[in-house]
Design a protein around this ligand. Structure first.
Ligand code: BES
Ligand code: ZN
Length: 871
């Protein structure tokens, strides 16, 4: 979206001409793991659609030594010239003559490097049980990096069949999208492993992984063999993933009403991985921590994450792999839908986890971006690979999923499912536009789905619905406004500002009313500036966002709000209670309310029992705690927070039994009692608990162990730091490793911060993990500014070292640097530094930082006086 890069000319430059398009690829690759190189040959059967002697495909960082064309008649066409364009990542081949007929095959011979940038065909390493370093060659092609592994027509609508052969040392495991069909010795200690043909599919879904890996024995799930592939010695961490994969595969086969489109399913744990996971058909790749897990020693969020990631990728086997977006502007629907299905499936797997309630926190995170003037529409024109990379964000995933959920709830689950089924059946093995889904849902429901959806997809932001009772409670009135934190777009942008002010949505709202002893649920489509409803009965209370599935915020008139607040614990669901707090806090950020009001609201939630609601309360308290600098006031605040949290903690303290959410709540309340409530006993207890868990890892509650590790870090010294670093290296599960590693960012001593940031640039911390540690360190209450100084100083090194997609991820941490000096330094820095693959996301981080700065300037003094009882 950079600089309206969308000029037509530009658009054409990045798209391949359709004169010749691929039908099938026969691809042979020979990775040399020790030398970190690979050689390959590729034969592409082409459909030649127009006579031409120029072929244009994609290739980058490949050395193509030979190319020629053949046909079955034995004719051969040589190459006049082959030119690579590094900028456009294209290869242009001039042929000696024009191929006639439609049975030509392009042959290429090439070599490349197994890079360390975690994209294309790349190198990943791990330390074996015997202490030796082992090398894996693996792929990550989405969005546009298949072209780094073999010359190809690397656009999602140019689907083809892939026949892959890997030539590898015979003691290595090799997997790809389809099952192995032949294995022939090459006579030099290597084997040629040939895989079955894939279905017709997009290049970005091709995958191959080669290395000293193990696979679990296949389990049969409705005729599909399912395995977990993993580094040696980790087989004992695969049972849980197998269980989830089997459940999800069954679930989706049934839900979509279409058989799984592959011939087998491998889930592969890769030690170095830029993303979380990737939906390559039949060969799904994961970060280790998102696949390999010991359920007995993991907390509920750790397990839920593994569950959801597996479900998400398997949801893509149909939605994404079988039916694929025509172009990258549609990547949002691919991801939004998979995110929606991930929760649907995981919720069926573990109903007691209440994952739709958890989803509130994701929706909040998305709306927090979407309330910025620098937000973007969910769907926008994509021209360059950088544009596609910039789509990988909260708006695509979380806002997108929230909009899908809102539609599903409004249309009804059965109708929604019927629409999706017919969409998939109609477009199997093909490509779609976003509107194809709306059309199918429209047919299934008879509702104006396209009109509703367009108002959410093609404009950024979301509405604030103001609810008023008028005319003695006989008229219920809804008014909609564009909700923004900062309204002012700055000088000279009046036109844009007016346009944003004028935005309106078609809002599918679910309205609950209580009056005369009955509760009713009603669907209302709120359109235009104002919608009035006539009430037949007087209402006791009403809720304009039932189950919180609407993607909007609500402002009730004071009487209606009070009616809800007093009934929160008795009449509202956890999601709805969450919404009361979340809307109240968003109003503070927007300058429509103040911190004292929201503090007084959360203080009414002492009886709260739900995890997500407490997480939101704790989040609000944490923000407030960061703003208060006056010592006395902070002390008083800590006392108030303690008063609020301690009884809740006491209620769950002695908990035994299997309630995962309650156990997680206990862990989080414990941690917050220490950090926000200033309870000195917490640090002491944390150490006791940690020691006990070391003595008997199976006896401790994983949620408490996680919390204890965080508490120790926040209060720990150099000895603890080195201890945690060593424990992360010696950890026996990926989750344990991450707990200790992550906690390194929470220490509050300058010297330890310096030690950490220096480590981030060494091989002691994987480049897949370092950015997330850096983000957490930027969020450190006392050390954030120091970490920022490091980022500014070592900017070039960070850009060079970290995976491209992770730069804007770690920069998210700048949002919390709201003290005026640091904020100024951050804003000044980005006047002269840029992140082309995430310019929009960076602009959002910066604006969100300004929102925090403005809140601090506006409200801290009032809050401080309130706390000190000085009115
Ligand atoms: N297809 C994505 C990964 C991806 C997206 C790679 C865009 C390249 C460009 C995959 O399905 C995905 O969404 N992965 C998530 C994890 C998921 C559970 C939210 C990720 O990697 O964060
Ligand atoms: Zn996805």
């Amino acid at each position: 979206m950079s600089d309206q890069a969308t000029s037509l000319e530009d658009a054409a430059r990045y798209r391949l001409p359709r004169t010749a398009v691929p039908r099938r690829y026969d691809l042979t690759l020979e990775p040399d793991l020790a030398a970190a190189t690979f050689g390959g040959t590729c034969a592409v059967a082409l459909d030649i659609l127009e006579p031409t002697n120029t072929l244009v495909c994609n290739a980058v960082d490949l050395d193509i030594s030979e190319a020629w064309l053949t046909n079955p008649a034995g004719d051969r066409i040589e190459i006049e010239q082959l030119a690579l364009d590094d900028d456009l990542e294209r290869c242009t081949i001039e042929l000696a003559s024009v191929p006639v007929g439609n049975d030509w095959t392009l042959h290429t011979v090439f070599t490349g490097e197994l890079n360390d940038k975690l994209k294309g065909f790349y190198r990943s390493t791990y330390t074996d049980v015997d202490g030796g370093e082992r090398v894996i060659a693996t792929t990550q092609f989405e969005a546009t990096d298949a072209r780094r592994a073999f010359p190809c027509w690397d656009e999602p609508d140019l689907k083809a069949v892939f026949g892959v052969t890997l030539i590898v040392d015979d003691d290595l495991l090799a997997v790809s999208n389809a099952g192995e069909v032949a294995r022939t010795s090459t006579g030099d200690g290597r084997v040629a492993v040939q895989f079955a043909d894939t279905m017709v599919m997009s290049t970005y879904l091709v995958a191959f992984v080669v290395g000293p890996l193990e696979a679990t024995a296949p389990i049969d799930v409705g005729g599909v063999p399912v395995r977990i592939v993993h580094p040696r010695g980790k087989g004992h961490l695969t049972d849980y993933a197998l269980e989830v994969a089997a459940f999800s595969l069954d679930y989706f086969t049934e839900w979509y009403g279409i058989p799984y489109p592959g011939d087998k399913l491998d889930l592969v744990a890769v030690p170095d991985f830029a993303f979380g996971a990737m939906e390559n058909l039949g060969c799904v790749t994961f970060r280790e921590a998102l696949l390999l897990v010991d359920p007995e020693r993991s907390s509920q969020p750790e397990l839920a994450r593994v569950t959801q990631v597996i479900a998400h990728e398997l949801a893509h086997m149909w939605f994404g792999d079988l039916v694929t977006m025509r172009w990258w502007n549609g990547i949002w629907l691919n991801e939004a839908f998979a995110t929606f299905m991930e929760i649907l499936c995981s919720d069926a797997f573990r109903p007691e986890w209440d994952l739709w309630t958890d989803f509130c926190l994701s929706r909040t995170a998305a709306l927090d971006v979407d309330a910025l003037r620098s937000t973007r529409p969910i769907e926008y024109p994509v021209v360059s690979p950088a544009d596609a990379e910039g789509m990988f964000d909260l708006l695509t995933y979380e806002k997108g999923a929230a909009v899908v959920r809102m539609l599903e709830q409004y249309l009804g689950t059965d109708v929604f499912q019927a629409g999706v089924r017919s969409y998939l059946a109609r477009h199997a093995y093909a490509n779609t536009e976003t509107t194809d889904l709306w059309d199918a849902l429209e047919e299934a429901s008879g509702e104006p789905v396209r009109r509703i959806a367009d108002s959410w997809i093609f404009q950024g932001g979301f509405p604030l619905i103001t609810v008023d009772l008028l005319h003695d409670g006989r008229i219920l009135s809804f008014t909609q406004l564009h909700f923004r934190y900062l309204g002012d777009l700055g000088e000279g942008d009046e036109a844009a500002e007016n346009a944003q002010d004028a935005q309106r949505w078609i809002i599918p709202a679910l309205l609950t009313q209580r009056g005369n002893g009955v509760t009713t649920l009603e669907k209302v489509l709120i359109e235009g500036d104002r919608t009035d409803l006539e009430l037949v009965e007087p209402v006791e209370w009403l809720l304009a966002n039932t189950e919180g599935t609407g993607v909007y915020r609500t402002a009730y008139d004071p009487g209606l709000l009070e009616a809800l607040a007093v009934r929160a614990q008795t009449e509202l669901s956890a999601v709805e209670r969450y919404g009361l707090i979340d809307d109240a806090f968003a109003a503070v950020l927007a300058g429509r309310s103040d911190l004292v009001t929201v503090l007084q609201l959360v203080e009414r939630f002492a009886d709260e029992t739900d995890l997500a609601v407490w997480q939101r309360i704790i989040g609000v308290l944490r923000t407030i705690d960061r703003l208060v600098v006056d010592d006395d006031a902070r002390h008083i605040l800590a006392g108030n927070v303690h008063g609020l949290l301690a009884p809740a903690y006491e209620r769950v303290r002695a908990l035994h039994g299997p309630d995962d959410r309650a156990r997680q709540l206990r862990g989080e309340l414990f941690e917050s009692l220490g950090s926000l409530g200033g309870d000195p006993n917490v640090a002491v207890e944390a150490r006791t608990l940690h020691l006990a868990s070391l003595a008997d890892p199976d006896a401790a509650d994983p949620a408490m162990v996680s919390a204890a590790i965080d508490v120790i870090a926040a209060t720990g010294d150099a000895h603890d730091f080195e201890d945690f670093l060593a424990r992360s290296k010696a950890a026996t599960t990926p989750q344990e490793q991450l707990r200790y590693l992550g906690a390194l960012a929470d220490f509050e001593h300058d010297a330890l911060t310096d030690r950490l940031v220096a480590l981030l640039l060494t091989d002691e911390i994987r480049t897949q993990d370092a950015p997330y540690l850096l983000r957490r360190a930027l969020n450190n209450r006392t050390q954030g500014p120091r970490v920022w100084a490091f980022v500014a100083e070592r900017w070039d090194d960070l850009l060079e070292r970290f995976p491209s997609n992770s730069i804007v991820r770690f920069l998210e941490g700048i949002r919390s640097l709201t003290d005026p000096d640091t904020a100024d330094s951050v804003l000044a820095f980005f006047e002269t530094h840029e992140v082309p693959q995430g310019d929009k996301i960076l602009a959002q981080h910066l604006e969100r930082l300004e929102v925090g700065v403005a809140l601090r300037a506006r409200d801290t003094e009032h809050l401080t006086r309130h706390l000190r009882h000085e009115r």
